[in-house]
Design a protein. Structure first.
Length: 446
């Protein structure tokens, strides 16, 4: 059966190395042993042509599209490739209508959609009825978390397969194959050491496409000696790997993974990890002011009154980043994250704010107690506004025994200091104040 796809296209030697070496069978496929190893579920489904709707989720260059192309070669169904970047609802409906006609004739249609997360909600909804009644078997590939990017109704009808970044040994194996294969660099005499192949594999950071493209760039930029041998030296290797393109999408899941890693490293008093994750974000193109804002939040959420100098230092870091920008502000961010990591920790302010928020939401909105209301007019005085108020500065203790919370919450305690840093002293001070207000005249006030 003719298939509506470009997967059978010829791959001339002028094509990029990664394209020429794209596997066409599971036996040629490298990595993802947890999915396509002997006896594994996805391998069995592909080999027996029994696939159902599925989503391939994983970072770039780990084999999502390759798996789809392997399915294209092995399935007896009509295989249609669809691009979420160039296709709109009109094109979706045209393909769906043809798929419905195929179904009525007993022909299955497998629809592969690369970068499915780029479809908006309306476009995804257009798939749903056809997936439900079996007109199409949908295979989507995405680098984004499907939980956030795919309609829940559509996602519930798809099996999600998680593809992992390739291991260094898998990438080295693939590089060796590229050097020997006639489809790759096998017709060239190339001298490259195991150590150099290992450097390329580490640089690729689990991405097969990056590894192969880097190898090709290194070979093409190396010199050929009179014997027609291309010898790769470390200088050329370093030039071709001047900057690694780290996986980082400022609006995607990895953005939240890395800021979570930074926050939790600081919370766990790990300055080394905190500096590393901060650097990863910067090198991925993150706005330093975003990182600085998160540090400001951390200063009160996780340090708080245990070290009240944390907040002004975080504000100073933000201002320094604003004045200088990248790359100079990296040292200010390092200063701030190390300070936060080493500061005594307390989440008492965060707990207090959250508990007060819940009471405001759930408890009755009682009026302000009369004794702490302002009374700027005679009418207000006659209504007992301010009656019973004691001006704290007029007392010897500089504290007044008056109730400031509404009656329903009069004994509520939101702020409960911890025992680290300055909060140990604050805890003792607050305890004595609360006991004195409760009527214990024997307490020595601070």
């Amino acid at each position: 059966m003719d298939q509506m796809n470009l997967f059978a296209e010829e791959r001339p030697q002028s094509a990029p190395l990664a394209s020429r070496l794209r596997p066409e069978t599971l036996d040629e496929y490298v990595g993802q042993e947890h999915l396509v190893g002997p006896g594994k579920l996805l391998r069995r489904l592909i080999e027996h042509d029994q696939i159902s709707s599925m989503i391939f989720w994983g970072p770039p260059g780990v084999g999502k599209t390759t798996l789809a192309r392997i399915i294209a070669h092995q399935t007896r169904a009509e295989f249609v490739e669809f691009s979420a970047v160039t296709s709109g609802i009109k094109e979706v409906k045209e393909v769906m209508n043809q798929a419905e006609k195929n179904r009525l004739m007993g022909i299955r249609t497998v629809l592969f959609t690369d970068e499915i997360h780029r479809f908006n909600r309306a476009q995804q909804d257009a798939f749903l009825p056809y997936v439900e009644k079996g007109s199409i078997i949908l295979i989507g590939a995405t680098t984004e978390n499907p939980s956030f990017e795919i309609n829940s109704a559509l996602l519930s009808r798809c099996k999600v397969f998680i593809l992992q970044a390739l291991e260094e040994k898998d990438l080295v194996k693939m590089l060796h194959f590229a050097l020997k294969s006639p489809k790759g660099l096998g017709d060239m005499m190339i001298e490259i050491s195991e150590d150099q192949l290992g450097v390329i594999a580490r640089f690729a950071n689990g991405d097969a496409r990056t590894a192969l493209n880097t190898l090709e760039m290194v070979v093409l930029n190396s010199t050929m000696d009179p014997d027609a041998v291309i010898r790769v030296n470390d200088e050329i290797l370093a030039q071709c790997m001047d900057r690694r393109s780290l996986l980082y999408d400022k609006s995607g899941e990895e953005h939240y993974n890395l800021i979570s890693a930074l926050h939790k490293s600081m919370r766990n008093s790990d300055p080394d990890a905190a500096v590393y994750w901060m650097r990863r974000m910067l090198d991925g193109g993150e706005d330093p002011l975003y990182i600085a804002r998160r540090i400001v939040r951390f200063a009160s959420e996780d340090v708080g009154m245990a070290d009240s100098q944390a907040l002004p230092l975080a504000i100073a870091c933000y201002q320094a980043c604003h004045f200088l920008g990248v790359p100079e502000c990296d040292v200010h961010l390092a200063h701030a994250v190390v300070y936060m990591a080493m500061a005594p920790k307390s989440n008492a302010l965060e707990v207090a704010a959250l508990e007060a928020k819940q009471d405001v939401k759930n408890a009755p909105a009682e009026p302000v107690p009369l004794q702490i209301r302002n009374a700027p007019t005679k009418l207000m005085e006659e209504a007992n506004y301010g009656k019973g108020y004691i001006y704290a500065h007029d007392t010897e203790e500089k504290i007044a025994r008056i109730q400031c919370l509404p009656d329903a919450l009069k004994d509520r305690q939101y702020y409960r200091p911890g025992e680290k840093g300055a909060e140990a002293e604050i805890a003792d001070k607050l305890d004595r104040i609360r006991r004195w207000k409760a009527g214990d005249d024997g307490v020595e006030l601070p």
